[in-house]
Design a protein around this ligand. Structure first.
Ligand code: PAF
Length: 270
């Protein structure tokens, strides 16, 4: 990977980077299109990062359709695919982790202890190895995006971290590799998440209190059998601190279980 990145740099070409865990979908493809538009060369990484999964999470069953992913990348004109093994990233004796304090303990961090430490560590390693100029990440994982931006600023990384809009199915469900865990009935029910966020955002914009708007979103979501809410909150768009009243750039962020599948989504209040 390094040798190829050096070769790109020697030719004075810019390099865009799309970090992924594979099981690529149209959301990833949109990141690749953007990276291709803004750079001379594009590298995609596929690595299911063990350090960001808790002991009882879905690491072993996370989908790994490598051949399909490889073909999709080739058809989209990706110049290099970086597919390291766990030993490449975490060789024996590996001891160094990155923790973006505070931001990593909020929201998803409360329910997935250690998750963002694993994300920040692997993304830093991937940025160091690919030598990219720009990294492209989806806004669906909004807390992840804010943590990676903070890390890049705090550690003076040369890369620009670029957030790209969430892609959605027709009924509003945000595209995610984990959607394939949903049964057909759950898949239909899962649309409730975006619908509820959207309605809450509209109510807040038209003057309803944040607490009333979010309470009714919670009731809507919980009307789906087997659903559970980890959190739904209005937050500052950068610090992710909870807000009781709206302000420019604020977002409603959420994590919800439909059956055994945990979905996250967020929406900007404009
Ligand atoms: O969003 C993801 O797919 C992963 O968290 C990432 C950024 C590739 C790090 O493993």
């Amino acid at each position: 990977m390094r040798a190829w990145a050096d070769w790109v740099k020697k030719k004075n070409q810019s390099l865009g980077f799309v970090p992924t865990m594979g099981a690529l979908h149209a959301g990833h493809a949109s990141l690749i299109y953007r990276a291709k538009k803004e750079n001379d060369k594009v590298v995609v990484s596929i690595f299911v990062n063990p350090a960001q999964f808790g002991p009882h999470e879905d690491f072993s069953r996370y989908p790994r359709p490598f051949e399909e992913d490889r073909k999709l990348c080739a058809s989209l004109g990706v110049d290099a695919l970086y597919h390291p093994s766990s030993e490449d990233i975490y060789p024996q004796g590996y001891r160094t982790y990155v923790n973006v304090e505070g931001l990593s303990d909020l929201w998803c961090g409360r329910f997935r202890p250690g998750h963002f430490r694993g994300v920040a560590t692997v993304v830093l390693k991937l940025l160091q190895t690919t030598f990219a100029d720009r990294a492209y990440l989806g806004e669906k994982d909004y807390q992840q995006l804010m943590i990676i931006r903070r890390m890049a600023r705090d550690l003076n990384l040369p890369q620009r971290i670029i957030g790209c809009p969430t892609l959605r199915e027709k009924d509003g469900l945000a595209l995610s590799s984990r959607n394939q865990y949903l049964s057909p009935i759950e898949r239909a029910q899962a649309a409730i998440l975006y619908r509820s966020l959207n309605t809450a955002a509209k109510k807040i914009k038209s003057g309803e209190t944040v607490s009333r708007a979010l309470s009714s979103a919670r009731r809507n979501i919980l009307s789906v059998p087997q659903s559970k809410i980890d959190y739904i909150a209005l937050v500052d768009g950068e610090s992710l601190e909870e807000l009781k009243t709206p302000r420019p750039g604020a977002r409603i962020i959420s994590a919800v279980w439909i059956g055994k599948t945990r979905l996250i989504d967020n929406i900007k209040l404009v």
